[in-house]
Design a binder for this molecule. Structure first.
Ligand code: SAM
Ligand code: SF4
Ligand code: SF4
Length: 363
């Protein structure tokens, strides 16, 4: 477990506020001129799955010290800090975890976040990433609360293989029911995330593409990443996205598409026959740090400037310490202005220090 944190008052040496040229009012930029746009909020560090590449059972067993309830940010605290992030440029919020649908009354948090507005009075893009296990039950309430879209993770259609990967014997059929329920509730266009591990589920690339072609969902293939220190990551298990594209292209020709917006993590491809699009997220073989606009907030209120960061910055201490909104907004701006993280670009040259676990800050 790695949860190293530094207090935010250590950032006082960073120069004062600046805005990105041409960026919306209030948008701060980091040392590499990247604006702050996306906030990922982990609402729980717990999960009902034990995916081998994320929360391996050997590490996240019965005696794992998950956070006590008192450590979690309350919905009031999350709403307040999210509002202050929005004043600094955030336009998109993704709820994640652990498994976000395990957090009790999550719809109440979504209602609060859905009411936030950017400085120029726009609603936020408010989304959630889930393993889908509880989605069939919750999709309607999530939509009614104001959630815009969902992303569902699914690594295989083969039931035996999927159960081996989630390691809790959870069947594919229930995730597919969740996906249907999300469609029916209007939480589309849905995205489906498949982490590809060479030698484990690469045989599922074509079946997954076949299943989701023409369904209106966007299937995205994610390169297996070296997040955290628990999953025993090895480069030999990474299947480059270029191979994924080759495999699918051999069945159904693909045409590259432009990004929706600068900084989009996925490279988009379209089926030439009009059956929709797919995406590949190539964090290992084609780093996209130069356009990374994401900040991550852990379940207990630490801000991380990179998925691979070793240290978080304690916003909860400010939220619970009688600090004013203005001071917290200023701390967020200074934190972002000091950022120079670009782990994926430097992969291989980076030191082998501690790294936060994915389930603690979300993907
Ligand atoms: N529990 C939810 C889920 O699985 O969708 C949300 C949290 S999960 C950490 C977010 C995303 O990270 C999932 O799509 C998951 O597949 C992905 N992920 C987890 N570990 C990963 C790894 N080592 N490499 C690439 N993606 C990973
Ligand atoms: Fe849980 Fe998501 Fe991690 Fe799987 S990837 S163990 S579902 S948090
Ligand atoms: Fe962003 Fe860090 Fe990932 Fe680079 S490695 S894209 S900076 S989160």
């Amino acid at each position: 477990m790695n949860r190293r944190v530094i207090p935010l008052n250590e950032l006082s040496a960073v120069p004062a506020f600046s805005s990105a040229p041409g960026a919306p009012r209030g948008s701060v930029v980091d040392r590499l001129a990247r604006p702050l746009r996306d906030l990922r909020i982990s609402v729980t560090d717990r999960c009902n799955f034990r995916c081998v590449y994320c929360m391996p059972r050997t590490v996240f067993g019965h005696d794992y010290p998950f956070l006590p309830h008192s450590a979690l940010l309350t919905f009031e605290e999350i709403e307040r800090v999210a509002r202050l992030f929005v004043t600094q440029g955030v336009e998109k919020i993704r709820l994640t975890g652990g498994e976000p649908l395990l957090r009790k009354h999550l719809e109440r948090l979504i209602e609060r976040l859905a009411a936030l507005r950017t400085p120029d009075a726009r609603a936020l893009d408010l989304t959630l990433t889930t393993n889908g296990a509880l989605l069939a039950r919750k999709a309607r309430a999530l939509k009614d609360a104001g959630l815009t879209r969902v992303t569902v993770s699914l690594d295989a259609l083969d039931d035996t293989l999927f159960k081996r990967m989630n390691d809790v014997d959870f069947p594919v059929s229930s995730v597919l029911e969740g996906i249907e329920a999300a469609h029916a509730a209007g939480l589309g266009p849905l995205k489906i995330n498949m982490v590809v591990k060479r030698g484990t589920n690469d045989s599922e690339i074509v079946p997954m593409a076949r299943h989701f072609r023409g369904s209106g969902t966007v299937l995205r293939f994610i390169e297996y990443m070296d997040v955290g220190r628990s999953n025993g990551w090895n480069m030999t298990e990474v299947l480059p996205s270029a191979d994924v594209i080759d495999q699918i292209n051999a069945h159904w020709p693909l045409v590259p598409l432009d990004a929706h917006y600068p900084g989009e993590t996925a490279q988009r491809w379209q089926y030439a026959d009009g059956a929709g699009e797919i995406g590949v997220i190539s964090s290992v073989t084609r780093a996209f740090c130069s356009s990374c606009t994401r900040i991550r907030l852990s379940t207990d209120g630490n801000a991380y400037l990179c998925l691979f960061a070793g240290t978080g910055h304690d916003l909860r201490a400010l939220l619970r310490g009688g600090v004013s909104d203005e001071q917290i907004a200023d701390a967020i701006a200074r934190l972002w202005q000091a950022r120079e993280d670009r782990y994926s670009q430097l992969r291989g040259q980076a030191a082998g220090g501690p790294r936060v676990e994915m389930s603690y800050i979300g993907g």
